[in-house]
Design a protein around this ligand. Structure first.
Ligand code: ADP
Length: 502
């Protein structure tokens, strides 16, 4: 108790370091999660500061603080202009630098940017320096903060603190938390790039950044952070299991005592069919007439036959092998054969452009039944969640996943593979006990996926009353961040206790 009181008295702010934070930047779940977590922690009484790049492609208004941070990296001094905007009690620091003046967050049509290690090392160094120098509002935060680094882009925060600052007597008691939102991406790069990071040679060792002869930024962060989180309990178990940790399972097992899985919440103000301005008609768990109107409007918008008695299967997300996109695309002709309509909203990174072509080909082959909407369209994603009858998410792995929660909230039961956060958030439908919120399958196979779709379609057409109850159970689940916030606060306290023993 005395320690908790000391933690509360001493820790002045949680500093979320992230490559994406909504509403400023978002390419996937990371931006949503960091934006929402910051807001809910602030509501819970924490002082929260986020630090992220001020990307040219996602620029929103922010005030220039006038502070210029000079960061040496790759043999040059990079000048970072710190901008600030306060939204809902969260202070967002946005870092302006020519390295973020690109046509994409991580890459463009030519692929990933070759200097991403410098771009994100800059984020990490600048985040630490911002805490030292930016007056918020009157004086800098100082060392009594908790750094919360997210994914490989921010994984060098604990490394730089240990390598550059603590030897000088700085930040010795400042704890770090590293969150793994998607450890498939690790910042694994050729060893020759190590010199760009301005770290002493001793950091290129297995106890530092070296990993099988390469650089691995995430691995180095895993070794250095005081506490580690990932985004669902099942995924936390999977990543320490043989073959489940994307090569990092031994490192993660080594840190297993400090690793916890916390399911993401959703922004339930933004994702609420009762008030959502992005959908054509509003509805809730007791008044579902609006959902039928949303379906008809979506069918019309997408050029599909407008018919209430034709099941509409929706999917939203990156067209990426992780998402089971091959299972999905391979099964589309079968879905059409079952009399269903299919909408696929998504886009692919340059390396996976073939999935965009295949999706378009399917639309060309079945123009009345299939719509492939290639691109990123936030408002349309709401209309798909609202207008579809069932939601498809056959991910090969899924740390947490957000879309399955959005779809349940919108009365669109999801069909998911039983993995990671999908296993933790979607309860399998059971006719005997009239329980569950969606449909699961386990084996990575088109046949297993189609069998689950078949069960869902069968219930939809043969037993509308049971389907309505299934839908209603999903709509009344609590997916709010209010549940996750105390779990993160417990992690911050554990990290603080580790750095401040006694
Ligand atoms: P991931 O972070 O692995 O991409 P999640 O399910 O956790 O997957 O989160 C994806 C987020 O990005 C959701 O908010 C989803 O609605 C959104 N999203 C992904 N692709 C698109 C798209 N093409 N258009 C609109 N929203 C999209």
């Amino acid at each position: 108790m005395a320690r908790l009181v000391r933690y509360k008295a001493l820790v002045t702010a949680i500093v979320l370091v992230t490559s994406e934070v909504a509403p400023f930047s978002k390419s996937g779940g990371l931006g949503d999660v960091c934006g929402a977590l910051a807001a809910v922690l602030a509501v819970g009484g924490e002082r929260v500061v986020t630090v992220s790049p001020w990307y040219r492609t996602h620029r929103q208004d922010a005030r220039d603080t006038g502070i210029r941070l000079e960061i040496p990296l790759a043999g040059t001094v990079h000048v970072v202009a710190v901008h600030h905007r306060r939204i809902d009690r969260v202070d967002h620091l946005l870092l302006a630098n020519p390295l973020y003046e690109r046509d994409g967050l991580y890459g463009d049509s030519g692929g990933s940017f070759g200097d991403n290690h410098i771009r994100f090392a800059l984020l990490c160094r600048a985040a630490i320096e911002a805490v030292r120098w930016v007056p918020l509002p009157k004086k800098p935060l100082g060392e009594n903060v908790v750094f919360h680094a997210n994914d490989w882009h921010a994984a060098l925060v604990p490394v730089y603190l240990e390598a550059l600052y603590r030897p000088l007597g700085l930040f010795r008691r400042t704890p770090t938390v590293l969150s793994l939102h998607n450890p498939a991406h690790q910042g694994r790069l050729p060893a020759v790039l190590f010199d760009d990071l301005e770290l002493a040679p001793r950091w290129f060792r297995p106890s530092g950044l070296e990993f099988h002869g390469d650089l691995d930024l995430l691995k180095a962060g895993i070794l250095q952070a005081d506490q580690i989180t990932t985004v669902s309990p099942t995924f936390a178990k999977e990543i320490v299991s043989p073959g489940g940790g994307f090569g990092l399972e031994a490192m993660l097992r080594h840190r297993a005592a400090d690793l916890v899985g916390i399911v993401n919440g959703i922004d339930d103000a933004q994702w609420d069919p009762a008030v959502d301005p992005a959908i054509p008609a509003r509805y809730d768990a007791t008044h579902l007439e609006g959902k039928a109107a949303c379906k008809a409007a979506l069918q019309a918008e997408l050029g599909l036959e407008v018919a209430a008695d034709v099941p509409l299967l929706g999917s939203v997300g990156r067209l990426d092998p992780q998402k089971g996109i091959e299972l999905l695309l391979d099964s589309v002709p079968w879905m059409v054969d079952q009399g269903a309509q299919v909408v696929i909203l998504g886009s692919a990174a340059a390396a996976h452009a073939r999935f965009e072509h295949r999706a378009r080909e399917l639309q060309a082959a079945f123009p009345r039944s299939v719509c492939a909407w290639i691109g990123f369209d936030e408002a349309l994603s709401h209309r798909v969640e609202a207008g579809a009858d069932l939601f498809l998410m056959p991910s090969l792995f899924e740390p947490c996943g957000l879309n399955q929660m959005y779809s349940m909230r919108y009365g669109t039961p999801p069909i998911v593979r039983r993995t990671g956060g999908l296993a933790d958030t979607v309860a399998p439908f059971d006719l005997q006990t009239d329980s569950g919120t969606g449909f699961q399958f386990e084996r990575v196979s088109g046949a297993a996926f189609r069998e689950a779709i078949w069960r869902a379609l069968d219930l939809w057409s043969a037993d509308p009353a049971a389907f309505a109850r299934l839908r209603q159970r999903g709509m009344t689940q609590d997916f709010s961040w209010a549940k996750a916030a105390p779990a993160y606060q417990a992690v911050y306290r554990a990290a603080w206790a580790r750095r401040n023993p006694g």
